[in-house]
Design a protein. Structure first.
Length: 318
């Protein structure tokens, strides 16, 4: 079967030249989008490998154009995913602005489809995992399931969700009521209808300290409104909390790992990240200061430092 080309918005991605996207179908029949970047003019055998980028919630392939560019500079091809329910992948609800998942394990079907696509594309090996935020939870589960990578890197991984102490009982209550009263597909109170960056001014945002990177996200979504995703549903939050709790009981994979955590992190639970990395033999936790949730979308100096360290790790396991 021929590869099915999918839209890729090169003009907004600010990624390396030659980026492409294809459709992949999951075992449960959903269509997801897979983007990839191979350095033009460089034979595949000369590349150091491929970074499999697992994005966070609300994200889309084009957001990782700058990350792919940084990886290219250091000799790596890159792949990124539109998870089910976001980007141009099949959305889970009629209101496509709602971020929803029935069960977190469903994302592993997306991982399986992506691995098959990477094989069909003959992306250079070895492969490495680079996972951000929600992608960190999906990625850790995939590693525990045997994801075929040589090393892994995480930024602001969602191994716990930051919920103010006063609201935790409400989150637990809503999760318990969801199946009883059919409220699992209702948006979590206080979250945005549209994408966070569309309604939150740069000053006081919880993603990045770099105004250029923040504006890039705003411009991307203005240019391609179909990429917009708003706040999560109560069902998504319930499933996310359950998966974080389940992951916390698992032994860390026997795999080289570096994890970056912003000193100003406000979205994922920093204590959960520190706890995981204390239990990761040979793993390294890097506190990035000053930095918020988007470690890969800070100023040029911070980006260079982060990608240098990621690829130094990857380089050791070629």
């Amino acid at each position: 079967m021929d590869l099915a080309p999918a839209p890729y918005f090169d003009e907004i991605a600010e990624g390396p030249r030659g980026g492409k996207a294809h459709w992949a179908t999951t075992e449960d029949g959903l269509r997801i989008r897979v983007g990839h970047w191979l350095p033009e003019g460089q034979p595949a055998e000369e590349l150091k490998g491929t970074a499999l980028i697992f994005p966070g919630r609300t994200e889309y392939i084009e957001k990782y154009g700058p990350a792919a560019r940084e990886l290219h500079k250091r000799g790596y091809a890159a792949l990124a995913i539109d998870w089910r329910g976001q980007g141009l992948a099949d959305r889970m609800l009629p209101d496509r602005r709602l971020g929803h998942i029935e069960e977190f394990k469903d994302f592993q079907s997306d991982v399986d489809a992506v691995l098959k696509m990477a094989e069909r594309l003959d992306l250079p090996k070895p492969w490495y995992l680079l996972a951000h935020s929600m992608g960190g939870a999906i990625g850790l589960r995939a590693l525990l399931n045997g994801l075929p990578v040589k090393a892994c890197a995480f930024t602001g991984p969602m191994w716990g969700i930051q919920i103010p102490a006063a609201l935790r009982p409400l989150a637990t209550l809503l999760g318990g009521l969801a199946p009883l009263f059919g409220i699992g597909k209702i948006r979590v109170p206080s979250t945005t209808v549209g994408h966070y960056v569309q309604s939150t001014p740069f000053k006081g945002n919880t993603l990045t300290n770099d105004p250029g990177m923040y504006q890039l996200m705003i411009d991307q979504l203005a240019a391609e409104p179909d990429l917009v995703l708003g706040g999560p549903t109560i069902g998504w939050l319930t499933q996310g909390l359950k998966e974080c709790a389940a992951l916390s009981t698992e032994t860390s994979p026997a795999l080289p790992c570096v994890t970056f955590l912003g000193a100003q992190e406000q979205i994922v639970n920093s204590d959960a990240v520190r706890d995981r990395m204390k239990r990761w033999p040979g793993g390294e936790l890097v506190l990035v200061d000053p930095c918020q949730h988007e470690v890969m979308m800070e100023d040029d100096e911070t980006q260079a430092r982060v990608f240098d360290q990621i690829t130094r790790l990857f380089d050791q396991y070629r």
